[in-house]
Design a protein around this ligand. Structure first.
Ligand code: PLP
Length: 392
């Protein structure tokens, strides 16, 4: 019965773009040197690595020596939060973040709490937005770091980080943003945003898994993440994955070139999808109605389990997710959805579609044809099957 496969889970990861794939395979066929060596193969790899660093930097308005390669977004998030807290510990031990961050940030903050730091979580409104006013209220003498994401992976809400970064700058507090969902999708310039640190991950914009980066403003000396050789200016030892880094760069430049067109196309599809899904009874949009990522359409449905819906959609050729991909498998309702004030039972019925380059209008038709059927099926089953439901 499966006629069509619709991949609508781009917020979890994206397919690798043709251009990135080509650049990587060509590089791997020709080059095998270790960038730390002296001979010509090594130097060719070193040159490719430094060229990639330069290009990543210029794509986000940074300087070359401010880019630190990591292997994924979680690693960069961990490094930023724990590293910044470490260098500032004599000044203070209070860190502020938001209640809708990716687990890489929340778990890093919780780790800091165990080390004696105090963590404040900014509340969000019904749309998932944290306010500058609440940041102002939480700011203290001993606040040393604020980390607020640029856009949310589950509900797509874009945070007012320019204003937050400005407030931090005025108070001499370090500001980090997890921009994994925005780099390659919306304009990102570290100087316009005035952030001190920023996380990006290649596989969220058409690059391969295995390459990501942390921007760290010049002058901020994060402690080494991995002790070892002199790689990444002595801060992250280990032989670099040059091919993957090259793939990330190519994908980023490609995404930036096509950004305004992709933005228009995705928004149009997203809005049609939202409108169509909201015509299903008991369907609610989660996240901000306007200030949201161009490809993000996320919902919560009365009377269904998001996991069952995602599985049933998959059977019908539609790949979507429920809550955060990272917490799937656990029965806890998404912390993001509950932070927006959605009751826990409704939060269990969340389904997220995240659109990307490969999607077209027929994909939207396909989703709109199947989603109402799936919801109806699950609701008709639910009095019989209580599986996965938590006690209230
Ligand atoms: C995917 C994601 C991460 C984690 O990136 P990985 O490369 O999967 O480790 C962090 N933050 C946000 C907002 C994300 O969407």
């Amino acid at each position: 019965m499966m006629t069509r496969t619709v991949y609508a889970d781009h917020a979890a990861t994206t397919p690798v773009s043709e251009a990135a794939l080509e650049a990587m395979t060509a590089f791997m066929k020709e080059h095998h040197g270790n960038p730390s060596g002296l001979h010509s193969s090594a130097q060719a790899a070193k040159k490719a690595l430094e060229d990639a660093r330069e290009r990543i930097a210029s794509a986000i308005g940074a300087r070359k020596n401010e880019i630190h390669f990591t292997s994924n977004g979680s690693e960069a998030d961990n490094w930023a939060v724990k590293g910044a807290a470490e260098i500032m510990k004599d000044k203070g031990r209070h860190v502020i973040t938001s209640s809708v961050e990716h687990p890489a940030i929340i778990a890093s903050c919780e780790h800091l709490r165990e080390q004696g730091y105090e963590i404040s979580y900014l509340p969000v409104d019904d749309n998932g937005e944290a306010s500058v006013e609440s940041l102002k209220e939480e700011m203290r003498e001993d606040t040393v770091l604020v980390s607020v994401m640029m856009a949310n992976n589950e509900i797509g809400t874009i945070q007012p980080i320019e204003d937050m970064a400005q407030l931090c700058k005025d108070n001499e507090v370090l500001f980090h943003t997890d921009a994994v969902q925005t780099v390659g999708h919306l304009p990102v310039d570290v100087n316009e945003l005035q952030v001190d640190m920023l996380t990006m991950a290649g596989h969220k914009f058409g690059g391969p898994k295995g390459a990501a980066a942390l921007y760290v403003r010049q002058g901020i000396k994060l402690p080494p993440l991995i002790h070892g050789g002199g790689q990444e200016r002595g801060r992250r030892g280990g032989t670099e994955n040059v091919a993957a880094i090259l793939g990330m760069v190519v994908a980023l430049e490609e995404s930036i070139r096509g950004m305004s067109e992709a933005d228009k196309r995705l928004r149009a599809m997203r809005d049609r999808l939202i409108e169509g899904v909201l015509s299903i009874e008991g369907a609610h949009l989660t996240g901000h109605p306007e200030r949201r990522l161009p490809g993000s359409a996320s919902f919560a449905f009365d009377g269904i389990e998001g996991e069952s819906a995602a599985l049933m959609l998959d059977y019908r050729g539609i790949q979507a997710s429920t809550g955060s991909a990272c917490s799937t498998g656990s029965l806890e309702a998404s912390h993001v959805l509950t932070a927006t004030g959605i009751p826990e039972t409704l939060a269990h019925g969340s389904v997220r579609f995240s659109l990307g380059d490969g999607n077209n209008e027929e994909d939207i038709d396909h989703i709109l044809e199947h989603m109402p059927v799936v919801v109806e099926r699950l609701r008709s089953l639910s009095p019989l099957c209580n599986c996965g439901k938590k006690e209230d």
